[in-house]
Every structure is written in C-alpha cells, then in structure tokens.
Write a protein that binds this ligand. Structure first.
Ligand SMILES: Nc1nc2c(ncn2[C@@H]2O[C@H](COP(=O)(O)OP(=O)(O)O)[C@@H](O)[C@H]2O)c(=O)[nH]1
Ligand SMILES: [Mg+2]
Length: 222
C-alpha cells in the first residue's frame, strides 16, 4: 500500500494568519490606532450599536468603520451617512475576516488620522472566532432573543472575546433569558470577560460601553 501523507492545512493557515495579525498590531501601535473586532450572529445589533457608539464618541475619538459582508454595501452606507469614514470589504462568500483581508481594508484609511477603527465582522458565531484579525480587542454581541444557552453551543466565540455585550435588553421582559445563568456560563469559559448590557433601541447601557471603549483606546494610544 502506498504511503498516505496528511497535510494539516487548517493549522498552517491559522499560524500564518497569527503572524500577519501580530504584524498588523505592531503597525497599529505605530500609527496610534486602536482596532476593535466586533462579532455576532446576523441581526444581533452590530450596525445599530456601532452607530450609537459613534454618537457617544463623536468629538472624543477620531473613528473609522471597516464593514465586512458576504455581499452588499448596506451597512457601510449607514455608517457613511453618519459622517464617519467607512470601508466595505466584500468577502465573496467567506464567512469570516482574516488579518490579511483587514490589512487590505485598512489601507483605504489614513490610519495616522484615526484613534479607533471598528471592524463589523461577518455575521456568524463560528468562523470569525477562529481568525485573529489583528485587532487589539475582540468584542461580541449576544442578543437576548438568541437565548442564554449560546455560550454552551459556541464556546470559542465567548472564549476569545474580551467583552460580551448582551444586546436587546429591551426584550428581557418578553423572554426567558436568565442573565445570572448567562453570566456564569460566560465566566466559566472566560473568567476575565467584561459583560455589559445594552439596548440599541433605547440606548440603555451604551454610554457605559462607550466609556469602557474610550478607556481602552486611550490606554493603547498613550
Ligand atoms: N428591540 C431591539 N432591536 C434592536 C436592537 N438592536 C438592534 N435592533 C434591531 O435588530 C435588527 C438588526 O440590527 P442590526 O444592527 O442590523 O444587526 P447586525 O446584523 O448585527 O448588524 C434591526 O432591525 C435593528 O433595528 C435592540 O437593542 N433592541
Ligand atoms: Mg450589520
């Protein structure tokens, strides 16, 4: 019988990507630009929360948004309408961003003039968690209608996120979402994760989130 060679492509791809991500972080340190990678399932409220965050931080930080979608420009158009520079990456079917895609997207900004770039990653709780984008911090949104069991089903996403935003808390009274159980499930996977409650509809919790983010940005660019 002939010899079978096993080639572990996934491991190699992830190692190459990590190197690329480290290069990107070094570049961002030089330009003084904080990169936030925002992830969630489709519809959890990323674009809405980014727009609310822009409202809070306008005049406090110079911001840009890197939008990623399998197709369409709708989210980038919403961001651009708010007067903030937006770049759209069309992944053409890929369900995540990697560091080289982010690097290409960032080339369209003048990074020296920006303190903060927010990546709106492709809506997906699985693939984006596997790829280091070069961001300084990972944030994820879990919306109340998705249920408090998601840390059990998508543990990697909760493990790699520095902050978990529980969004759509205006739905809490209509749902069986148990916040204490959810917090415990997240902290079992990731004891250091910050957990914040927000509503993109009412704006509740957005100021606290924006203050947290500004603090992280200032510490990075100091
Ligand atoms: N009730 C409620 N609806 C929200 C909230 N945040 C976003 N939405 C709505 O949820 C839908 C998806 O939001 P969007 O920001 O596009 O989600 P994305 O796909 O993660 O970018 C839109 O109809 C938003 O108006 C929230 O906190 N509460
Ligand atoms: Mg969106």
């Amino acid at each position: 019988m002939a010899e079978i060679r096993l080639i572990e492509i996934k491991e190699e791809i992830l190692t190459d990507n990590r190197k690329e991500a480290d290069n990107l972080r070094a570049k961002l340190k030089k330009t003084g630009t904080f990169l936030l990678n925002l992830m969630s399932s489709p519809g959890a409220g990323k674009t809405t929360l980014i727009l609310k965050t822009i409202e809070q931080l306008r005049g406090r930080l110079r911001m840009g948004v890197l939008e990623a979608d399998i197709d369409s420009m709708v989210d980038a158009e919403k961001i651009a309408a708010s007067g903030i520079p937006a770049v759209q990456i069309r992944t053409g079917g890929f369900c995540h961003l990697d560091a080289s895609m982010v690097m290409k997207g960032l080339d369209a900004f003048d990074l020296k003039c920006l303190d903060l770039v927010i990546i709106e990653n492709v809506g997906n709780l699985v693939c984006p968690a596997e790829f280091d984008t070069g961001a300084v911090r990972n944030a994820m949104i879990l919306s109340v209608p998705e249920g408090d069991d998601k840390p059990l089903k998508y543990p990697l996403m909760f493990s790699v996120s520095h902050v978990v935003l529980v969004n759509k808390i205006d739905f809490l009274s209509l749902s069986d979402f148990d916040m204490d159980v959810f917090r415990e499930r997240v902290h079992t996977l990731n004891p250091a994760a910050a957990i914040m409650e927000t509503s993109g509809r009412t704006g509740q919790g957005v100021a606290a989130w924006a203050d947290w983010l500004e603090c992280e940005v200032k510490a990075f660019i100091a």
